[in-house]
Write a protein that binds this ligand. Structure first.
Ligand SMILES: [Fe+2]
Ligand SMILES: [Fe+2]
Length: 147
């Protein structure tokens, strides 16, 4: 991990599940990569591939996490889904072509991405960790690969 990364991964962000932690790290890496390109003052064309990747990965992570929470019968799943859906729409809107070109707007977007993800991982995601561990301890297959 580079010292200069916009968001530094910290072991306190771990929810104790290897796959989910890895996915959260990939999202943080995408935000860091986007920020690095932005800071380097590249044109908007160079931001587009990583914008696309972050949007797609965010969506894929939410789908994966919701499937997993459903498999371990997490009681607050519906609320968690609503939070994800709001963020998915917000991410799509913020990372639309051109938005991040404007420096003032871009700074707000980066601040939002950073605080949303750290608050969500440490808040709502951490809240399901106990259910996940319980399900794992009971040796229930979580059917993670099912579509
Ligand atoms: Fe989540
Ligand atoms: Fe998550």
């Amino acid at each position: 991990m580079k010292e200069s990364a916009y968001i530094q991964w910290d072991s306190s962000y771990s929810i104790g599940n290897r796959i989910i932690d890895r996915q959260h790290q990939v999202i943080i890496d995408c935000i860091n990569e986007l920020y690095a390109i932005f800071i380097a003052d590249k044109d908007s064309a160079s931001l587009q591939p990583i914008c696309q990747r972050l949007k797609q990965y965010t969506k894929a992570h939410f789908v994966f996490e919701e499937r997993m929470l459903s498999a371990c019968q997490y009681p607050d799943l519906e609320q968690h889904k609503k939070i994800h859906e709001q963020m998915r729409l917000q991410t799509d809107a913020y990372l639309r072509c051109g938005e991040i070109d404007d420096h003032e707007a871009a700074r707000k977007i980066f601040k939002f991405l950073k605080s949303w993800w750290l608050n969500h991982i440490l808040g709502e995601d951490m809240a399901y960790a106990a259910y996940l561990h319980q399900a794992e301890n009971l040796n229930q297959p979580l059917a993670l690969q099912q579509k």
